[in-house]
Design a protein around this ligand. Structure first.
Ligand code: NDP
Ligand code: 8X3
Length: 261
């Protein structure tokens, strides 16, 4: 093991660490003492996060700036990660993802479908395959996929986003079965509304529409989800939390929201 003083240094990797749940999760893992590989497309935000991690937690971070949709970019980026980091890679959090649009199926832009499918499903697969092979060599590992309540229920205008998150749910179960013999845990976290850049991205920069989603409701915060992930990754070796569905108290299901009067 890599040791700093007497402390054993382990590595974790978080995709989509430039904002929201991914950022909060990277900070949480750093606080737990992991060196963190942080990924996303926005380099300056990764650099800011890297400084914050090093300042607040004293661990190291490793920036990988890539688009998860680009298989070659993903493979080339992962390739440059130093062997000593890979050798101690305990945790992967597959978080990068997005929704685009909320229109009824027949009115949707098929470019948005491609982006969601390529990011939420194919991107997760590219990263997971690389990391699972590393974990297999190491003889242990834990993969946490960020799914959604949209992976459990469909709702009006959710169509392809819901389909991608149903796929994440299925892949989580499939990976758990396939990786069982390699001592790799696979978990998922399925949140309801979380106040991040998610809605702003979904409504393509329309702040009014994005804010309306959270009107009269106290949504979850990115830190609420990071603390759920903290619980999952700190269970003893023999315990695997398969899935955690987490909702704001004011949201029973995607469409059932009790807003303040
Ligand atoms: P944010 O928009 O705040 O964060 C999304 C992250 O994904 C960003 O870091 C973004 O980085 C990254 N990302 C998006 N597309 C790509 C890409 N092509 N390549 C690499 N990175 C990418 O949203 P959240 O934090 O809310 O979302 C995180 C996850 O949580 C997503 O999978 C989402 O589906 C899921 N989720 C969110 C909920 C919510 O209500 N907010 C509820 C349930 C699940 P960058 O732009 O720098 O590439
Ligand atoms: C995001 C939650 O309900 O907007 O995954 O689909 S929801």
């Amino acid at each position: 093991m890599i040791r700093r003083g007497t402390r054993e240094i382990r590595t974790a990797m978080v995709t989509g660490a430039t904002s929201g749940i991914g950022r909060a999760t990277a900070l949480m893992l750093a606080r737990l003492g992991y060196n963190v590989i942080i990924t996303g497309r926005r380099l300056t935000l990764l650099q800011d996060l890297s400084k914050e991690i090093e300042k607040t937690s004293g661990v190291e971070s490793y920036i990988l700036c890539f688009d998860v949709r680009d298989k070659h970019d993903v493979f080339d980026s992962y390739d440059i990660v130093h062997e000593s980091w890979k050798k101690h890679l305990h945790i992967l959090v597959n978080n990068a993802g997005l929704a685009l649009g909320a229109d009824s199926f027949e009115k949707c832009d098929d470019n948005d479908w491609d982006t969601m499918i390529d990011t939420n499903i194919k991107g997760l697969l590219y990263v997971s395959q690389l990391v699972a092979n590393t974990m297999k060599e190491n003889g242990y590992g834990h993969i946490v996929n960020i799914s959604s309540v949209a992976g459990k229920h469909v709702y009006y205008g959710g169509n392809v986003y819901c389909a991608t998150k149903h796929a994440v749910d299925a892949l989580t179960q499939a990976m758990r079965v396939d990786l069982l013999e390699h001592n790799i845990k696979v978990s998922s976290v399925s949140p309801g509304m979380v106040n991040t850049e998610f809605s702003l991205v979904r409504y393509k920069g329309d702040r009014e529409k994005a804010d309306k989603v959270y009107e009269g409701v106290k949504p979850l915060s990115a830190e609420d989800i990071a603390s759920a992930i903290e619980f999952i990754v700190t269970r003893p070796d023999h315990v695997c939390i398969n899935d955690m569905l987490i909702m704001p108290t004011q949201q029973a299901m995607p469409y059932y929201v009790q807003r303040d009067k």
